[in-house]
Design a protein around this ligand. Structure first.
Ligand code: GLY
Ligand code: MN
Ligand code: MN
Length: 473
């Protein structure tokens, strides 16, 4: 909760011209409280944890940044709490570049700043953050935003230095200087740290596997709870809630808002309102990913027949999407361009929609770069994006490194074709209207080819039916 300056003024209850939530219910601290509150606390031993597993990886990432910007002072802020409404804030989420370069993730402190100070042969790197205040301060007991009495224990400079293996200093000692490069302001710095995440290191790959593994359990949970979703007037919310429980219990949360899209809602690509019913006979498209405590996230979509069995027409659409996904997977080879993966999926989508008589042109014409695209009405989104700390990772990378970039071992990206026939789309026969299917898997590129990190989550129509039968008994 953000209460601002006034909360640190312990004994002042009047003076603001307009009362608000930081003044209209504030109780004065009587002298007896003030005389005693700072005493009677046990000594807190200084804890110096062993370095976290990510520390040496983050150190190497910082070395790469340092080498790329000799002589420049670089500032990488973690970001601040963001107001949700009045005196409530969203849960703090550190900037992804900050988390990448520090290893400080779900436990990072708001307002922290990582600073690269140029030296004759590189940079001295210091992490500035608001160290916990001691118990003689008003911050301790009267500041609802950062006071330990309100939010619980906060870290010390020595503890974080040992944990992250980086020099630390109090935030009060950080002073901006002219000419330094700020993340998200300086284009070259912002691009560099984004492109630094295109190739994942061993720590990151392990975390991606962890995130996918918890997500797989979340999908199992959803299948077990589908009967409860059917029974509820807002069954999509049941699905969202079931996944949220898994994400919060075993991870940091969701890496993005869960899409629980039943029936025709599946055709709205980012349906997150999730207030619809879940009706037997329909499909439900669930796009959900657990973010681990390290902030690495999965991004998985499965489309399930609510009743446990696909109808003939649902199965035809589903297996076509799978055919597109398999074609994309087969195209994903070291040395090909990222966009070739998309092209492979779209070749299938164009061929099948043409075959079904949905296009006013041939599949070949639809695939023409300038005059085609008619098939994209039914799959308007891309097939792949990089995945990592951000669900859409490496967002500031140059196009030649991303869409036109070369697939390289260590890249992690999605393959997620779909087919969406809107409920009121007169270009498709009635039997297809209201059917939306997406299959999304998370892929690691290796020297030996692509590895589907989410291969353990059933994919084919037959596998999905068997999975549901098994979990629903
Ligand atoms: N969940 C968003 C996406 O698939 O890109
Ligand atoms: Mn995705
Ligand atoms: Mn997704």
């Amino acid at each position: 909760m953000s209460t601002g300056e006034n909360d640190t003024i312990a004994d002042e209850t009047v003076g603001a011209p307009v009362e608000n939530s930081s003044t209209n219910r504030k109780q004065p601290f009587p002298q007896g409280f003030l005389d005693t509150i700072s005493t009677g606390w046990a000594e807190r031993p200084e804890t110096r944890p062993a370095p976290r597993a990510q520390a040496p990886y983050a150190q190497r990432r910082r070395a790469a940044v340092s080498a790329a910007f000799p002589g420049k002072r670089l500032v990488i802020p973690a970001g601040s709490l963001k107001q949700r409404s009045n005196d409530t804030d969203y849960v703090f989420r550190a900037h992804s570049a900050f988390a990448h370069l520090t290893g400080w993730a779900s436990d990072a402190e708001p307002d922290s700043v990582l600073v690269f100070e140029p030296t004759t042969d590189g940079h001295d790197v210091t992490l500035y953050f608001r160290e916990r205040a001691d118990r003689t301060t008003t911050e301790f007991y009267a500041d609802a935003t950062v006071g330990e009495f309100w939010i619980g224990p906060r870290p010390s400079l020595a503890g974080v230095a040992a944990d992250l293996q980086v020099a630390t200093a109090h935030l009060d000692e950080f002073a901006p200087v002219d000419g330094e490069l700020f993340l998200d302001e300086d284009e070259a710095l912002t691009r560099f740290v984004s492109e630094l995440r295109l190739i994942k290191d061993d720590f990151e790959i392990a975390e991606m596997r962890r995130a996918v593994g918890i997500t797989a359990q979340g999908f199992d949970d959803i299948i077990r709870e589908l009967p409860a979703a059917v029974a509820h007037a807002r069954g999509e919310r049941v699905v969202e809630g079931v996944f949220h429980r898994r994400a919060r219990e075993d991870g940091n949360g969701e890496g993005y808002d869960t899409i629980a899209a039943s029936g025709p809602h599946a055709c709205y690509l980012h349906w997150t309102r999730n207030d619809g019913t879940v009706v037997p006979g329909d499909l439900i498209l669930v796009d959900a990913g657990v973010e681990a405590d390290s902030l690495y996230t999965a991004d998985i979509t499965r489309t399930l027949p609510v009743s446990g069995r696909f109808s003939e027409v649902q199965r035809r659409v589903y297996e076509t999407v799978r055919e597109a996904a398999d074609a994309a997977f087969a195209a994903a080879k070291v040395g090909v361009r990222f966009r070739d993966v998309h092209a492979a999926a779209m070749t299938v989508i164009a061929a099948r929609t043409a075959e079904w008589g949905l296009l006013p042109v041939t599949a070949e014409e639809a695939l023409d770069a300038d005059r085609g695209g008619q098939h994209r009405r039914y799959m308007v989104h891309g097939t792949s994006h990089h995945l990592g700390i951000d669900v859409h990772d490496c967002a500031q990378a140059r196009r030649e490194m991303y869409y036109d970039g070369i697939l390289t071992p260590g890249m992690v990206f999605t393959i997620e074709p779909g087919l969406y026939f809107q409920i009121d789309d007169l270009t498709v026969p009635a039997e297809l209207r209201g059917i939306g299917v997406r299959i999304e898997d998370d892929i690691l590129m290796t020297e030996d080819g692509p590895v589907n990190l989410s291969a353990d989550i059933p994919r084919t129509a037959d596998e999905v039916e068997a999975w549901m039968a098994r979990l629903q008994g």
